[in-house]
Design a protein around this ligand. Structure first.
Ligand code: GLU
Ligand code: MG
Length: 464
């Protein structure tokens, strides 16, 4: 970052101070997501925003090595208590938080003190990969669905965090559940709207106390920012209602978990390459290559998209989580679900939904990995296998073998091993990020060794 850029950043912050003050803003939250998938933050009083924009707010690089329980891995490139990084708010993402009175929020990029992007800044990494696609005349539109379970009595103090008491009793997708949650959901939709989040849908999901919000597609960096903002808002509205939201992949040992499905479409200019081509379901050649790349790299991508030991309690067959490395049209048991959209609107709507990934994922790392995998498939002109139109879990093992259907990794260890062998992802992430991902995952594997599903789900329930 050159000195003149620092000056421009300061001037941009100074220009918004009056508006923020009139909106009652007292402080600005500077959030980012660590390797384990936890959103960490610092904040500055409003008057310090210009200084934070220009010089950044200090935060140690030690957090790259943090695990889900706040213990720290002694990593090759992370986990040291020495040094300092600067959090620079990206003011294009600045929002007044509607559910946290007096606060604004701006996503940050992490820089060194010398003004170079921090090599492990996942937001900068994603922006770099978006730029690489742009050099080939391509862009991606992305959206991350947010599922969460709403719990009672799980506040920070006083209650027993080991029990989960769903805040809602009504049936899955049920009107009764919606009525129970009516005021809460109104406050949530109002807050998201005030923050400029384009909500597509809200509904009660399948699991106990589970709800879902989906949002419109955006540029990948903005989509990851939105996912952070949506989750922050959901937690703030939940706490204001005396409740608590869990985005953990598996909130209780039994039942269905929380997914964090990612919708992606690939574009050349104004042309959606997921539609209008000669391929299956209207895929263009490039759209097929991109989708085939996603599918081929899924086992390794799970180290990023299903980053918790608990992720593998969720990623099981016949739970709509997409536990098999297959693709299919509107198949909710396929890891990659192809969505054409209604006829007449396909040029705008066609996309692929990566279903296997969950709410513990760092959205910047995950989108970076998906872009790298898709781009590799496109460059190599990969072709897709036949789509799958059944739930592979209903076949016998032999039936799956005959159909060439393979399960995704069933443990974090298996996913990390696949990741360490995946040259495309290792190259895209670079040695520092890739090594840290593997070390943090192995740290969590050790942390939860021998833990029962009940203990594991309780341990991570209120962390994500
Ligand atoms: N909750 C499911 C999951 O674990 C997904 C349900 C759905 O298809 O929306 O991903
Ligand atoms: Mg859902």
């Amino acid at each position: 970052m050159e000195l003149h850029e620092r000056d421009e950043r300061r001037a941009a912050a100074e220009a918004v101070l009056d508006d923020l003050a009139s909106a009652g803003v007292v402080g600005v939250v500077l959030p980012w997501v660590d390797t384990s998938g936890i959103t960490r933050m610092k904040s500055v009083p409003l008057a310090r925003l210009p200084s934070a924009a220009q010089w950044g707010a200090g935060m140690s690089p030690v957090f790259d090595g943090f695990l889900v329980d706040d213990s720290i891995v002694a990593g090759t490139h992370a986990g040291s208590a020495i040094g300092d990084l600067r959090l620079h708010p990206d003011l294009s993402g600045l929002r007044v938080l509607a559910a946290q009175d007096g606060w604004a929020w701006a996503p940050v990029d992490r820089y060194t003190q010398d003004g170079a992007p921090h090599v492990q800044c996942s937001r900068s990494l994603l922006r770099r990969l978006v730029g690489e696609l742009a050099e080939e005349g391509l862009s991606v539109r992305a959206a991350i669905e947010v599922e969460w379970a709403l719990g009672e009595g799980a506040g920070p103090a006083g209650s027993d965090p080991r029990t989960f008491r769903p805040a809602l009793a009504g049936p899955a997708y049920g009107m009764t559940r919606h009525i129970e949650v009516s005021d809460y959901a109104r406050d949530l939709l109002e807050a998201l709207d005030a923050q400029g989040v384009a909500v597509d849908q809200f509904h009660p999901e399948y699991a106990a106390g589970q709800l879902e919000v989906s949002v419109g597609a955006q540029d990948p960096v903005a989509a990851a920012d939105t996912s952070l903002l949506v989750r922050t808002t959901i937690q703030a509205v939940s706490i204001a209602h005396g409740l608590r939201a869990s985005f953990s992949p598996k909130v209780t040992a039994d039942g269905v978990g929380n997914g964090g499905h990612v919708h992606l479409s690939l574009w050349r200019g104004t042309e959606n390459l997921m539609n209008g081509g000669p391929g299956t379901f209207g895929l263009t050649e490039d759209g097929e290559g991109f989708t085939a790349g996603l599918l081929a790299h899924l086992p390794a991508l799970l180290a990023v998209g299903c980053p918790s030991v608990a992720s593998y309690l969720r990623l099981v067959p016949s739970h709509w989580a997409g536990a098999y490395a297959v693709w299919g049209l509107e198949n909710r048991e396929a890891a990659v679900r192809f969505v054409t959209g209604p006829s007449g609107n396909r040029q705008a709507a066609a996309n692929v939904e990566v279903k296997c990934v969950d709410g513990a994922a760092n959205p910047y790392l995950l989108l970076a990995g998906l872009l790298a995998a898709g781009q590799a498939g496109l460059r190599a002109g990969c072709v897709l296998p036949d789509p799958v139109a059944i739930d592979p879990g209903t076949l016998t093992e032999e039936g799956r073998r005959e159909a060439g259907i393979v399960a995704l990794p069933t443990s974090l260890e298996e996913a990390v091993t696949a990741f360490e062998r995946d040259d495309v992802l290792l190259t895209a992430f670079g040695p520092e990020v890739a090594t840290t991902i593997a070390e943090v995952r192995r740290g969590e594997i050790t942390l939860f060794e021998g833990t029962s599903p009940e203990e594991l789900t309780a341990a991570v329930r209120w962390r994500y």
